[in-house]
Write a protein of this length. Sequence first.
Length: 232
Amino acid sequence: MITPPKKNKTMAFLLPTTLAITGLVFSFAHAFDPSPLQDFCVAANDPKSTVFVNGRVCKDPKLVTPDDFSTSGLNVSGDPAGVGVTLKSVGVDRIAGLNTLGIVMARVDYESGSPATPHSHPRSSELILVLEGTLETGFITADPSNPTKNRLYAKTLNAGDVFVIPPGLLHYQANVGKVKAVSFNSLNSQNPGLVTATSQLFGSAPAISDDILSKAFRVDKETIELIRSKFA
């Protein structure tokens, strides 16, 4: 009679553990823009191109100049991006050499009392450096002590202070001072994405039904219609 081999308890434990760790590593590895396979890939200005890559088509390296890695204008405010808020961003459209490098920057100006509407960037973390004034900024995530609840991590920042927003989390900034505030915000993706909670919920086309929103927010449909009218 042949005796079957004994099960190796160590291997039985290590195999699923190894697979779990491997899956976790690969999930982190694909959480942000992939590393480029060359020193740079300056975006080519070719409107007729039909090639789609994770970035823009590369310009011939022999035609690249220092101007492809530079821009100016962040010493002044940008275009309106909300009530009392202006934005000037620096991405591949302004610096062609940023193509495939996985980073963008923005200057944000806030009038006193003005907030940046709660929003998220699904493909990016965000690092906020306050240059002038006083900003309150924070993000919301599941409460570590009770995952059915949410916790706000917020802080009041002054000139020279820095705050980081983890990727994909709902967050906000607001000028809580009596004078203008300015921040420089860096995001670690070529295309961070922008999900603005209020305008997407109440300003989509076609619209989410009043019945669904009234149940979700636990208010009557008249209140939903009033809010929706602000985003028409």
